[in-house]
Ligand binder design. Structure first.
Ligand code: FPP
Length: 237
C-alpha cells in the first residue's frame, strides 16, 4: 500500500478503434498503438508504489468482433509476451493472465504459462491481464466450481452451509488479488461493460476522455489525484 491508499489500479482500456478510425487506419493499428500506453501504466504504477495493475484487455463479449480483429488482437498478445519477456522480468514484474483461458489457442496458453512461471517470484508489481474475462462469467464459473466441490465431497455439508462472502471469493479468478481501489476507464464511456462485477463493489470509478493509445503517465496521475479527493466510506458513515 502506498501513501495514497491504493493497492490495486485497474484500467478498462477503451478507444483504440476510435483512435485508429480518426486517422483513417484499420482498428488493429489502435491496438498496436495501445501497447505503449500499457507501458506507461506499468511505469506509473511502479513509480507510485501501486502493487497491482490489472488491465481489461479482452472481454468474453469481444469474441464476437470480426474474426480478423480477434486474430490480430490475439497475435498482438502473443508477440508482446515474447518481446517483453526479459524487460518485464528485469523490472521485477509478476505477469499473470486471468480469464476464460479455455478459449485461447494452445500456443498463446503455452506462452502465457511460460511467462507466468518465469516471473512468478517477482514482487515489484503484479501485472494482471484480464483476457477473455467477464464479471458474469467469473461469478458463474465460481458457482460451478463450488457445486463441483460439493458434489465430489471436497467440502462437507457443514462447510457448504457456512459458505460466506469471503469463502465464495476463493472461487473467483481473482481469489488472491485485492479488490481494485480504482477502476479507470478511458475514452469517455461511463460503464463497467461486464468487468469486475463482484470485485467493483467499493471501487472508485473514474472516467477520462483520453483514448487509450494517447494515455500517458499524466493521465494516471490525474486519476490518482481524483481518487485522493474521494471519500471512501465502504457503506459506513
Ligand atoms: C478497446 O478499444 C480495446 C481493446 C478491446 C483491446 C485492448 C488491448 C490492447 C491495448 C492490447 C493490450 C495488449 C497487452 C499485451 C496487454 P476498442 O477497440 O473497443 O475501441 P473503440 O471503443 O474506440 O472501438
Amino acid at each position: 500500500m502506498n501513501s495514497k491508499g491504493i493497492k490495486h489500479m485497474s484500467i478498462i482500456m477503451d478507444g483504440n478503434g476510435r483512435w485508429a478510425e480518426l486517422r483513417g487506419e484499420p482498428r488493429s493499428m489502435g491496438h498496436i498503438a495501445g501497447i505503449k500506453s500499457v507501458k506507461q501504466a506499468i511505469e506509473a504504477s511502479i513509480v507510485n508504489n501501486v502493487e497491482y495493475l490489472s488491465l481489461y484487455a479482452f472481454s468474453e463479449e469481444n469474441w464476437s468482433r470480426p474474426q480478423e480483429e480477434v486474430d490480430k488482437l490475439m497475435s498482438l498478445m502473443l508477440s508482446s509476451i515474447g518481446k517483453e519477456r526479459e524487460e518485464l522480468n528485469n523490472q521485477g514484474i509478476r505477469f499473470r493472465v486471468l480469464g476464460n483461458r479455455s478459449r485461447l489457442s494452445l500456443e498463446l496458453n503455452n506462452a502465457i504459462d511460460d511467462l507466468m512461471q518465469f516471473t512468478e517470484d517477482n514482487t515489484k508489481l503484479h501485472l494482471i491481464i484480464m483476457l477473455s474475462y467477464s464479471g458474469k462469467w467469473d461469478i458463474l464459473q465460481a458457482a460451478k466450481a463450488l457445486a463441483q466441490d460439493y458434489k465430489l465431497n471436497k467440502i462437507s455439508e457443514e462447510e457448504f452451509n457456512q459458505i460466506s462472502l469471503s469463502s465464495f471469493e476463493d472461487y473467483l479468478v481473482t481469489r488472491d488479488v485485492p479488490d481494485p481501489d480504482i477502476i479507470l476507464r478511458t475514452a469517455s464511456e461511463q460503464r463497467l461493460s461486464n468487468y469486475f462485477l463482484w470485485q467493483a463493489s467499493y471501487s472508485e470509478l473514474i472516467f477520462i476522455d483520453t483514448l487509450w493509445p494517447d494515455f500517458t503517465k499524466e493521465d494516471y496521475d490525474k486519476a490518482l489525484k481524483i481518487f485522493s479527493k474521494r471519500e471512501r466510506r465502504f457503506g459506513k458513515v
